[in-house]
Design a protein around this ligand. Structure first.
Ligand code: NAD
Ligand code: 6OH
Length: 512
């Protein structure tokens, strides 16, 4: 049985949603932020609290004309005082933005919890701190970054100095998903601004609140009008598509589903915009019998269930060396049972709802499919019953399957829920081959006490990021991204700077 939070009668769970309500108890209207002003769109759509299905805010959908205005404002800002700021001045401004997030930590926290339904303890530990940390990191990275230079000597005796200068790309369109809304938005906004660009961001329609708060922070921090713009709306036929197809946008950076990435590639093709894509994953964890068992089971429980499995880096495939298989399955089962599926505002909650009814339908369809494909259900596989408001929310049970063939769709396709399939293996080569048998290539983890084996196996995984004896341990200077269906390019540290800027090589002849 999955434990559910016991304080269902407490009013505490309403607090996060209340954070988005206005004083007169009408729901708040989240507006677009264009050229330094909050503006309404032509239509509104509802922002729903996934914990109980209630409407917590209305969101103003940007029109095509408003997306045009945002892009024009960004273009104009490039030519103004923003374009003349020195790197140290931009870095100082990024630190002021981070200060602004920290000063309104509680507002960001409640808004993120209300929008996503994630446990408040998780948002307080990861989402909001990373929102501020992203700005501080890229303020420091841009100041420390060097550029290439070469002293050139040709065979016929000419000497020259080649050196590169960094320039902004111009207007960058930023499109982000709902799973880590503030973290993933600021992960792109911070380096884009650090490099001197102006941005138009389109947050997920499911989670618009922290982007709206970030606009307020930008205003207070003194970011010039037009440098940071927010347009709310959907993908096709809405702000997302208007932005990606816009001829005035110089580059698109996107995090989300692989299928959406493909649609955006088609949209940017006519104007040949550079893209940076962080897409889906079907990540594998490889557990060797010589691992530190407790550390490993705890690490894998996190890798499978954190954020209700809605992290692109989550492990949905766990391969365990055969002699450890039964013990591992039993212990991970116990960990799943110990999760507290509850109200997001309850400090004891470890596991919140999924983001939406549609997403829950998708995850439940995979739970059904796994049974049809012959899976053994170790735990979960359905919807928890609460007998309170949470029954109107989008909860699913944390779920573990075994017994599927490698060819099963549930082993091949990204589910994006609190679920994994565990399979045994006998040799290193078999584990590596199975882990790599996917069209995705985002992340992987290897769990072993044998360091040589850890290095060897990690290197052979066909992914952008491999963790050894840990998971989601981040250093913002490292390359981050995926291969195959998992994305195009790398961000993080210098890799972000290289995407968000154009390098201009200058060649100066030194000899007569
Ligand atoms: P999604 O692709 O449905 O939506 C992401 C964003 O794209 C939203 O803002 C949406 O409105 C917009 N969008 C949708 N269609 C569009 C179109 N045709 N043109 C322009 N914009 C469009 O993704 P999601 O459901 O919000 O997020 C979950 C997915 O994101 C999962 O697949 C997950 O693996 C992936 N993800 C990847 C990473 C990573 O770093 N690799 C990080 C987080 C999430
Ligand atoms: C995907 O859901 C998580 C992405 C995480 C990051 O982009 C990051 O920088 O940690």
């Amino acid at each position: 049985m999955i434990l559910v939070s016991s304080n269902s009668s407490s009013a505490a769970h309403y607090v996060a949603a209340e954070a988005l309500r206005t004083a007169d108890d009408s729901v708040k209207l989240l507006q677009n932020y264009i050229n330094g002003h909050f503006v309404r769109g032509a239509r509104e759509f509802a922002d729903v609290n996934p914990a109980d299905g209630s409407v917590i805010a209305q969101v103003s959908e940007a029109t095509r004309e408003q997306v045009d205005e945002a892009v024009a404002a960004a273009r104009q800002a490039l030519a103004g005082e923003w374009g003349r700021l020195t790197v140290p001045a931009r870095a100082a401004l990024l630190h002021r933005i981070a200060d602004g997030i920290e000063a309104r930590f509680q507002d960001f926290l409640l808004a993120e919890v209300a929008d996503t339904g994630k446990p408040i303890s998780l948002a307080a530990r990861i989402d909001v701190p990373r929102g501020a940390a992203n700005f501080r990191a890229f303020a420091d990275i841009i100041k420390a970054a060097g550029l290439e230079s070469f002293r050139t000597e040709t065979p016929d005796g000419v000497v020259a100095l080649n050196y590169a200068v960094r320039k902004p790309l111009g207007v960058v369109g930023i499109i982000t998903p709902w799973n880590l809304p503030l973290l993933l938005l600021t992960w792109k906004v911070a380096p884009a601004l650090a490099c001197g660009n102006c941005v138009v961001v389109k947050p997920s329609e499911e989670t618009p609140a922290t982007a709206a708060l970030l606009a307020e922070v930008m205003q207070t921090a003194g970011v010039p009008a037009g440098v940071f713009n927010v347009v709310h709306g959907f993908g096709p036929g809405s702000a997302g598509e208007f932005l990606t197809a816009h001829p005035g946008v110089d580059a698109i950076t996107f995090t989300g589903e692989s299928r959406t990435g493909a649609a955006i590639l088609r949209a940017v093709a006519p104007t040949v915009k550079p893209v940076s894509f962080e897409l889906g994953g079907k990540n594998a964890a490889i557990v060797f019998a010589d691992c530190d068992f407790d550390e490993t089971v705890n690490g894998i429980a996190d890798a499978v269930f954190l954020n209700t499995g809605q992290v692109c880096l989550c492990a949905e495939r766990v391969y365990v060396e055969r002699q450890l298989f039964d013990r591992f399955v039993t212990t991970l089962h116990q960990k799943a049972q110990a999760l507290r599926v509850g109200w997001p505002m309850d400090q004891a909650t470890t596991t919140g709802p999924l983001i939406s009814k549609d997403h829950r339908d998708k995850v439940l369809a995979y739970y059904q499919l796994a049974r049809a494909e012959g899976a053994t259900v170790i735990t979960g596989g359905g919807i928890p019953k609460f007998d309170d408001g949470r029954d109107g929310g989008f909860y699913v049970q944390p779920t573990i399957f075994t017994g599927l063939p490698e060819s099963a769709r549930c082993v091949k396709e990204e589910i994006f829920g609190p679920v994994c399939h565990i399979a045994p293996f006998d040799t290193d080569e078999e584990a590596i081959a199975k882990a790599n048998s996917t069209q995705y290539g985002l992340a992987g983890s290897v769990w072993t006490s044998n360091l040589k084996r850890g290095h060897r196996v990690a290197e052979k995984l066909r992914v952008g990021i491999t963790w050894v004896n840990c998971w989601f341990l981040r250093d913002l200077r490292t390359p981050f991204g995926g291969m195959g269906l998992s994305g195009i390019g790398r961000e993080g540290g210098i890799h972000s700077l290289n995407f968000y800027s154009e390098l201009n090589n200058i060649c100066v002849k030194l000899s007569d």
